[in-house]
Design a protein around this ligand. Sequence first.
Ligand code: G6P
Length: 487
Amino acid sequence: MDKQSSHILVVSNRGPFSFSVRDGEPHAVRGSGGLVTAISAIARQREILWISCALSKGDREWLHLMGEGVHNLGDMSIRLVQPDAGQYHDYYNVISNPLLWFVQHQLHDTPRLPIIDESTWQAWSGGYAAINRQLAEAVAESIQSLEGQILVLPQDYHLYLLPRFLRELVGDRVIIQPFLHIPWPSADAWRVLPLAMRHELIDAMLHADRIGFQTERDTRRFLQTCVDVLPDVRVIKPWRSVAYKGREIDAVPYPISIDVDYLEERCDSPEVQQHLDLLKNQYAGRKLILRVDRVEPSKNILRGFIAFQNFLLVHPEYRGHVDMLALLVPSRTEVSEYRRYLRELMALVGEINATLSDGEWEPIRVLLGNNYDRAIAAFALYDVLLINPLADGMNLVAKEGAVLNRKDGVVILSEEAGVAEGFGDAALLVSPYDVYGTREAIRQALDMPDAEKHERAAKLREHVRKNDIHYWFRCQLEDAEKQWSGG
Ligand code: G6P
């Protein structure tokens, strides 16, 4: 893509920075989530305008001080949109999380939840649709003075309606290419949502040119959902393209990855080395089972703890010789399901430690908070990395662990994480519901001969290095370029 005549706009709910104003001075701290890491890596090579919502009080203060419009921040240009607080609440806390997130990770306990009542419908049109429209308008305004090719990349489940609004505003001037970071479930799972809502959602998405998913499996399930929901959808290429309202839309897997060079450099930093020394001391002479997650029901943290508890009960000889360290980042605490999940998992850890500790050694240690340097240090040190989500778009923790670990550590991986499609049986695959199988995988990992560990770890590392974040982005760009050149 020619830098002069082509423009890339990323649109997402959460932007790449958290902002604040201190003593009248603007501050920006780069976030450490997967998406931010991914796009920041690309911004070092390409010009990118990133449009997102002002989320926190700090963001709003920064916006007030700096003014609306485009700001240059390091490698990229940023534009913050200020949503109305009530609309934003409905869009984020009622529709995106928990409704869409829970449908897509199949977390609903359907005899009880969700209940879609009048207030949900109001949140759908007055919140979710309104914010999607507002972001589409910000994109349309930002491209007004641009010439040449324009590629718009809406990110994730917060923005399903944006392609339609944007198409209505700017027509075919832009290529719209959303990417979904979270899993796309089967057509039947979507039937939790009323038909009219499903209809509006899929119809809006099919105003895009091409939709990116994490896995082949997601892609196939999306296309099935389109056929299920919209009678006018026609399959043109099986498992790849559909025709709808005179357009052809592709569904393509682009498994997201990590910026390997950046991470390795950061791993050598004094900050990470300090954490590393500390952790080495704390876990000297014992094996370390690590998990790193947002506090998130789909991460299946409870069953992971129960599997470890079972392991220690069945194999008491390991007590005092193995530790589980859980680095957990509190998340979406305005949503009651998330608050409850945090309470439940802290209670369970308390119970396990109370019954199994020997006065000095404690089986599970939970560290709450967002400390990326500490997580990087822990990746280098683990003997076993436990990743057992019920459903997960990709799970970048698995990829970060695979490249940063220095001990030929074993990855125990849920078959429901998108990354399982690429890792295959170089990891120890488990069913996330199978606590017995997970317990056995822990034993297998801890007892594994060095040669086998080495071979598996090398395979994982090689896979991530080959399929890094640059490759993820290049594939999306190449497909857009083919369209520009009429291919
Ligand atoms: C997942 C989603 C992202 C989201 C992130 C953090 O990875 O795919 O879109 O930004 O979780 O969630 P939050 O609600 O805090 O932005």
